[in-house]
Design a protein around this ligand. Structure first.
Ligand SMILES: *[C@@H]1O[C@H](CO)[C@@H](O)[C@H](O)[C@H]1NC(C)=O
Ligand SMILES: *[C@@H]1O[C@H](CO)[C@@H](O)[C@H](O)[C@H]1NC(C)=O
Ligand SMILES: *[C@@H]1O[C@H](CO)[C@@H](O)[C@H](O)[C@H]1NC(C)=O
Ligand SMILES: *[C@@H]1O[C@H](CO)[C@@H](O)[C@H](O)[C@H]1NC(C)=O
Ligand SMILES: *[C@@H]1O[C@H](CO)[C@@H](O)[C@H](O)[C@H]1NC(C)=O
Ligand SMILES: *[C@@H]1O[C@H](CO)[C@@H](O)[C@H](O)[C@H]1NC(C)=O
Length: 290
């Protein structure tokens, strides 16, 4: 037996739809009365109000435990990384002595990097600290902010300071300077009370001859303890990172030289296989000349 489908006219369908939205007999809007809608609205208001309150409370409790001056999560065991200036993506410093354009940007990078080290700026912002010991500025119960920083004068970099230097850090005469810096690690007592220095050498011992003579600034590549500890960007406002410069005096021209510089400090390991910048940095240097 076939069920005969009730055929509706277009007008009937429209009327049904209209009634589904607003039913004048029962006073229902979309199938609910006004009070029912009000109840739902009220429920969601309370529900979201509660969620907001919960979120705010959680945030507030979290913020109570945060000291704005000390990063909450820091890896105290991390070994400071080393980096060079001028820095290029591949740590490759290649240039042609007679072609100014090839070393112009290196000189500019060094000029920009060393600007804050100008003696006049250092004298105006930082203290002349006593060398050979840490510049500790503990809080001792009361906040001792901001912390003072120690002077690192540009002139301490001697022939690599770029001051009154017609050779432009040695790039114009094929005896270039490379600056080496150690990345900042908050609250780290580098050297553990013993003197530190940075030394550079050919990556392969047999290449030492070609790499030739080097001179370090400050003398012996010394890094003083007075630049530690570093207390963080927010409190140690004028902190000036110590740097060491190496000048290559007799670099063989037209040859790739692979150099590694590392820090010698009793509490900084330089043999981490996973992090090749831990306490050391390797780079390539090449001087082209006719
Ligand atoms: C820093 O010293 C260099 C060389 O004397 C000079 O050219 C530069 O303008 C100085 N920079 C500042 C910010 O004083
Ligand atoms: C840095 O240079 C300034 C200005 O010449 C000088 O007064 C100050 O003693 C120097 N500081 C150090 C640590 O050599
Ligand atoms: C930082 O340097 C500015 C000048 O540039 C100086 O006024 C201020 O006192 C210094 N702050 C600290 C904590 O050394
Ligand atoms: C450095 O030596 C001083 C004096 O002997 C000592 O008080 C301090 O704890 C030492 N600091 C470190 C990081 O070893
Ligand atoms: C650098 O430090 C190491 C270890 O602390 C030391 O053996 C070496 O003689 C120092 N080198 C220079 C040039 O001072
Ligand atoms: C160095 O630059 C000069 C001038 O641009 C050029 O004649 C010469 O061939 C270059 N030398 C090398 C080794 O690239």
């Amino acid at each position: 037996m076939a069920i005969e489908k009730e055929k509706k006219t277009c007008g009937q369908v429209m009327a049904e739809w209209r009634e589904a939205i607003w039913n004048p007999r029962t006073h229902q809007f979309m199938g609910r009365t006004g009070s029912s809608w009000a109840l739902i609205l009220f429920f969601y208001l309370v529900f979201y109000g509660f969620l907001t309150a919960l979120f705010t409370l959680t945030m507030w409790v979290m913020l109570q435990t945060v000291d704005p001056y000390i990063p909450k999560y820091q890896d105290r065991l991390s070994v400071p990384g080393m980096m060079i200036r001028p820095k290029t993506d591949t740590l490759d410093v290649t240039f042609n002595v007679s072609n100014t354009e090839t070393w112009d940007r290196y000189v500019k990078m060094l000029n920009d990097f060393l600007e804050p080290y100008n003696d006049s700026i250092q004298a105006a912002t930082n203290d002349a600290c006593r060398p050979g010991r840490y510049n500790e500025q503990p809080d001792n119960g009361v906040l001792n902010y901001p912390k003072r920083a120690c002077q690192f004068n540009r002139t301490a970099l001697g022939a690599c300071s770029g001051l009154n230097d017609p050779t432009h850090y040695g790039y114009a005469d094929g005896r270039p300077c490379i600056l080496i810096k150690m990345n900042r690690v908050i609250n780290f007592f580098a050297g553990a009370n013993q003197t530190m220095n940075v030394t550079c050498a050919a990556k392969k011992e047999e290449d030492a001859q070609k790499l030739g003579e080097m001179v370090m600034y400050p003398p012996n590549g010394h890094i003083d303890l007075m630049y530690f500890p570093y207390y963080g960007k927010k409190v140690h406002v004028n902190y000036t990172q110590p740097i060491v410069a190496v000048k290559f005096l007799t670099l063989e021209a037209n040859v790739d030289h692979y150099v590694e510089c590392k820090i010698n400090a009793v509490n900084i390991a330089t043999t981490d296989e996973r992090d090749k910048f831990a306490g050391r940095v390797a780079f390539k240097i090449r001087v082209n000349r006719d």
